[in-house]
Write a protein that binds this ligand. Structure first.
Ligand code: RET
Length: 300
């Protein structure tokens, strides 16, 4: 019989398939049922597909905005491209890291191992961009904008890098996972305080749109707060369900904190542009057939 995989990449029979000290993610320690495996593929595929598709949305959206706000959806498009590529890599790693044998998807002992660490590398790029979108969208003056951006980026990066160190402990060293998780959470709390200050500045510049930044703060807490839950999840056990649920949580968080967040900010700056008298924005928001109304009233 032809072997399913080359001998060098064959899964070690029995579970756990591989030695834990060589592994950094629980994905490499558990066998998955075909359903769990397919769900994992599907979750990762939908995530990267959505991110790539919205590049077009964000670029097109920028055309109706006052020039000072155009960079906001363009930054979202950059985040979409960066996260899309990272998630595509996670997807292909997922495909390469298991072999179907004995009715289950077994983690491969050699050749390729799955890791979530790439996510943390990607956040290093995307998170400072996501945060800097806020003071730009709020129309803060250049000096305040730079100060706000730095004051948010510093705790955010410290949060990500300490979390990266901690997540290597998820395969068995829960002491490492929790210690670095707590340190990372301290930076998260610092970040929340800085984001609150930026939002407060945004409320002051928003006039009739003040509810937008206020609501955005709660949205920020609810969606960014999903990541630490996904981080802590392996402590519930090294099972296929935990693996799939964790990927699902990461995906929900990714789509909410980048894609939907970008849509919300784009709609907000469209309204700001219209309020500031930028006609294409007013026209984009209008439900009236504006051009034809104007033309017919002129008798054209
Ligand atoms: C970690 C480690 C455990 C403690 C905390 C964490 C928070 C992570 C967050 C990540 C946000 C990522 C985003 C990515 C967008 O591309 C690092 C999981 C608090 C909040 C928004």
């Amino acid at each position: 019989m032809t072997p399913v995989v080359p001998a060098a990449m064959a899964p070690v029979p029995g579970a756990p398939a591989v030695s834990t000290d060589m592994m950094t993610s629980i994905e490499n320690l558990v066998s998955l049922t075909p359903t769990q495996y397919d769900l994992g593929s599907l979750i990762l595929m939908v995530s990267y597909g959505a991110h790539f598709a919205f590049i077009i949305y964000f670029i097109m959206t920028s055309f109706s905005l006052a020039p000072r706000y155009r960079i906001v959806p363009i930054m979202s498009a950059i985040v979409m491209a960066s996260a899309g590529l990272s998630l595509l890599r996670e997807f292909s790693l997922w495909q390469e890291s298991y072999a179907f044998a004995g009715g289950l998807y077994q983690p491969l002992a050699e050749g390729s191992t799955f890791t979530n660490a790439f996510r943390y590398g990607n956040w290093t790029i995307t998170v400072p961009i996501l945060l800097t979108q806020l003071p730009i969208a709020f129309g803060l003056d250049r000096k305040t904008l730079h100060t706000r951006a730095w004051r948010m980026a510093i705790p955010a990066l410290l949060m990500i890098w300490t979390g990266l160190v901690g997540q290597f402990g998820e395969v068995g060293d829960f002491g490492q996972l929790n210690l670095w998780g707590i340190i990372s959470t301290v930076f998260f709390v610092w970040l929340i305080i800085e984001v609150r200050a930026t939002i407060n500045a945004g409320v002051l510049t928003s006039g009739p749109l003040a509810a937008w930044p206020k609501n955005l703060f709660w949205y920020f807490l609810a969606t960014w707060g999903i990541y630490p839950i996904a981080y802590a999840l392996p402590q519930l056990g090294q099972t296929g369900d935990v693996v799939v649920i964790r990927q699902l949580l990461f995906s929900i968080a990714d789509i909410s904190t980048k894609l939907l967040y970008g849509v919300i900010l784009s709609r907000y700056v469209l309204r700001r542009s219209a309020l500031e008298g930028y006609a294409p924005a007013a026209e984009a928001l209008s439900t009236e057939p504006l051009a034809s109304t104007v033309a017919s009233s002129r008798g054209d």
